[in-house]
Ligand binder design. Structure first.
Ligand SMILES: [Zn+2]
Length: 339
């Protein structure tokens, strides 16, 4: 094994965003362990009803075998509830219910992490860890008690918005949008109390600043890149990167090609984003958030993540910094928020 492979295997690797839970269902209830049996397609639920199966396509970017091949120790499994058409909480429960059943069926391989101790336990026992996430607080249907209930279900992080407006805040594609609403402030406050990690990816600029200001705990941008390298409202400005770092948060660089580069996205360009984020936010404020199965197509699948470690070493990044980016920083952020 070369140096990069050794370093990758020695590191705790955490991926702070995938959309794989819904993708498993939409591929026809395929299995987290790589099962592709047609009889699994008998199950149905809200996601299957509202979003339909994608006929014939059973390819995934992330499942247990691919996590193992890519040396990913822990992954945030998000349910993006944006397209649930008025059934947001039900859709969230359906997708996380499916995921939890899959995790239970594969309990020898993967566990649900409620604290960082669970990530430690998984690593010690040769298992993977899943952190349950919800993307878009529209899932709450305007109920703070639903937030409590999702916490009880095991959800440990919530993205405040998708790119559109919801009851809590405005997303990055709302023209002339405002900031965090009164309800949004209540959501952030309750997340801080419960021990849930606040996710600012997808917010518009005003809502980003409002959320950073409102949260008493450090926050994550679970899947975003740098706007000064690729001008897209989903990416963070240099000022935002600096503020996130100063507030002990993490920006997890994502593998969505059009957030990396509009003309020639590449692994090398992805490394540029990581290095720029380190320059702006600091080496303890940068992580990885793939968006596998949700647009993170710059890497073919989760088994290719070691290419990032290789790319960072080739650019002369110190081994300790590489380990921090691969997972150390996000682990520390989880310690500060969910433990
Ligand atoms: Zn997203």
């Amino acid at each position: 094994m070369n140096d990069a492979a050794n370093l990758h295997n020695d590191s705790l690797v955490i991926d702070s965003h995938n959309d794989s839970a819904v993708a498993l269902i939409r591929r026809g209830n395929v299995g987290l362990g790589g099962e592709r049996q047609p009889e699994r397609q008998q199950r149905a639920g809200a996601v299957a009803y509202l979003r339909q199966y994608q006929s014939g396509d059973v390819s995934m970017q992330l499942d247990i075998p691919m996590m193992r091949a890519g040396g990913i120790d822990a992954a945030f499994f998000a349910v993006d509830t944006t397209r649930a058409w008025g059934n947001h909480l039900l859709y969230t429960l359906d997708a996380h219910g499916y995921l939890k059943r899959e995790i239970a069926e594969h309990r020898d391989d993967i566990l649900i992490a409620l604290t960082t101790r669970d990530i430690d336990t998984a690593k010690r026992d040769g298992k993977l860890a899943a952190v349950l996430a919800v993307e878009n607080s529209i899932a709450l249907e305007r109920s703070l008690y639903a937030l409590d209930a999702l916490y009880e279900l095991g959800v440990r992080t919530l993205t405040i918005t998708h790119s559109a407006r919801n009851e809590a805040a405005d997303g990055c594609e709302v023209e002339g949008g405002g900031g965090l609403t009164g309800f949004g402030r209540q959501v952030v406050a309750r997340m801080n109390e419960l021990g849930m990690l606040v996710d600012v990816s997808h917010l518009n600029d005003q809502s980003f600043w409002d959320t950073l200001d409102a949260s008493t705990k450090p926050v994550i941008a679970s899947h975003s890149c740098c706007r000064s390298l690729c001008d897209n409202p989903r990416n963070l400005t240099d000022e935002q990167l600096k503020a996130l770092g100063a507030a002990a948060g993490v920006v997890a660089i994502t593998y969505v090609p059009f957030f990396v580069d509009t003309s020639a996205p590449s692994i090398d360009r992805l490394i540029d984003h990581i290095l720029h984020a380190i320059d702006m936010a600091g080496e303890s404020a940068v992580g990885l958030g793939s968006d596998f199965d949700g647009g993170g197509d710059l890497l073919e699948d989760a088994s290719h993540v070691p290419r990032i470690t290789d790319g960072l070493l080739r650019r002369g990044v110190a081994e300790e910094t590489v380990k921090a980016v691969l997972g150390g920083n996000t682990y520390r952020l989880l310690q500060a928020t969910i433990d």
